[in-house]
Design a protein around this ligand. Structure first.
Ligand code: GLT
Ligand code: MN
Ligand code: MN
Length: 390
């Protein structure tokens, strides 16, 4: 097997809503036929090397489906999973499409909407548990506002907190295996969405009743929409032990929500993201939360899915190549690191450490004159990315 061929060990996943995306956008109708859940699973089987398929409750069972329709869909989907060997590692709830959520779900001003949203999420948890899902994503796409006069944002976040606390307890009481992953997005479809960045989510988690159950699901495009460095957001989540899941895709800065194929817009960012995930041995799911261009037909959707995984695999190789590159190693080794004994003072506070630190004499101009060959380091990185290996 070629080393660029994805396997189940890579933990690559797609969603019913990603490869099943029919090409609708705010200005145009679908360009591809809708696929039934079982058809999406079969398509992913044809793609090859995919570990799992994720879904929103209503990707699998339409919101108005009767019992017989639901049972038939479940039966066909289970058959397709068995045929393809795919599992369902992550599920989520659609709290954004139905008009009932036009002004939010957990954070709505309307107690009926809030209760319905929690009830719908409980059912989605029940559904996902039937398929063995262990990650429950919460993307609050409609949790937000266009009109700040309409909501007290402190109270909105209190409502959000109460809903998540309730659902964590529900999951525990049912002995479900879920860990909840909050997904940030700054805007779209709302003008302003609550918990707009991964950093906001990380801070919010520590105000919850069960912070140990809750982490994040950062998405490349969402952090880029906020103009942020995704790799840094993921690093903070990793450092906090909160990277429960990741949504890989791409996004041009300053554009509408594009959900582009992973690595297709910002290759250098994608490279450093892969390096981060690989060097910190991230072992969770790598979910491609993107969709093929509206111009794609079924074959091109297959090419899109294969391309997403292949780009990750190529970047994995590039990371190994980069790390072993003599020039990169030389340049990294040249970065001045100063007198490591100073770190012994800073490792913890004591009156003695403070006194010794106070006595140190630093020659600012000498320190500031130490060379930093970052232009050379960045150029060599670019050359490796461009395929110039010598
Ligand atoms: C929606 C959104 C994604 C979220 C999904 C989970 S749905 O497509 O744009 O980023 O991950 O609800
Ligand atoms: Mn998105
Ligand atoms: Mn996403």
């Amino acid at each position: 097997m070629h080393d660029l061929t994805p396997t189940a060990n890579d933990r690559f996943t797609f969603g019913l809503w990603t490869v099943g995306n029919p090409g609708r956008d705010p200005f145009g109708d679908p360009t591809r036929p809708a696929l039934a859940p079982a058809e999406v699973a079969l398509l992913l089987g044809e793609v090859g090397g995919v570990y799992g398929v994720n879904f929103h409750d209503n990707d699998l069972i339409p919101i108005d489906a009767g019992d017989a329709e639901a049972a038939a869909i479940m039966r066909d989907f289970r058959t397709a999973l068995a045929q393809t060997g795919l599992c369902v590692p992550m599920v989520t709830t659609n709290l954004f499409s139905d008009p009932v959520f036009r002004d939010g779900a957990f954070t709505s001003n309307d107690a009926d909407v809030r209760a319905y949203a929690v009830q719908k999420t409980m059912r989605a948890m029940d559904l996902g548990a039937e398929f063995g899902a262990e990650i429950f994503v919460m993307w609050g796409g409609r949790e937000g506002a266009e009109v700040d006069a309409s909501k007290d944002p402190v109270e909105a976040l209190n409502r959000y907190r109460r809903a998540i606390n309730f659902l964590c307890a529900y999951s525990k009481n049912n002995e479900y295996a879920y860990r909840i992953a909050l997904e940030a997005k700054p805007n779209e479809p709302r003008g302003h969405i609550f918990l707009p960045t991964t950093g906001h989510c990380l801070a919010f988690i520590h105000t919850l009743d069960h912070p140990e159950m809750v982490g994040v699901n950062p998405e490349v495009a969402h952090e880029h929409m906020a103009g942020l460095n995704f790799h840094h957001a993921v690093a903070q989540a990793l450092g906090a032990g909160k990277l429960f899941h990741i949504d890989l895709n791409d996004q041009e800065f300053g554009r509408y929500d594009q959900d582009l194929r992973f690595g297709s817009a910002n290759l250098k960012h994608a490279f450093f993201l892969v390096r981060l995930l690989e060097t910190h041995a991230y072992s969770g799911m790598k979910h491609f939360d993107s969709h093929a261009f509206r111009t794609a037909d079924r074959d091109d959707v297959v090419a899109f899915a294969r391309g997403s995984m292949r780009t990750y695999k190529v970047l994995q190789k590039k990371v190994a190549r980069w790390s072993a590159d003599p020039e990169i190693r030389r340049l990294l080794a040249s970065i001045p690191t100063g007198d490591s004994r100073h770190d012994q003072l800073l490792v913890s506070y004591s009156a003695d450490h403070a006194d010794r630190l106070a006595e140190l004499v630093f020659d600012r101009s000498t320190i500031a004159a130490r060379p930093l060959f970052y232009e050379a380091l960045d150029q060599r990185t670019m050359e490796i990315l461009m395929g110039i290996d010598s």
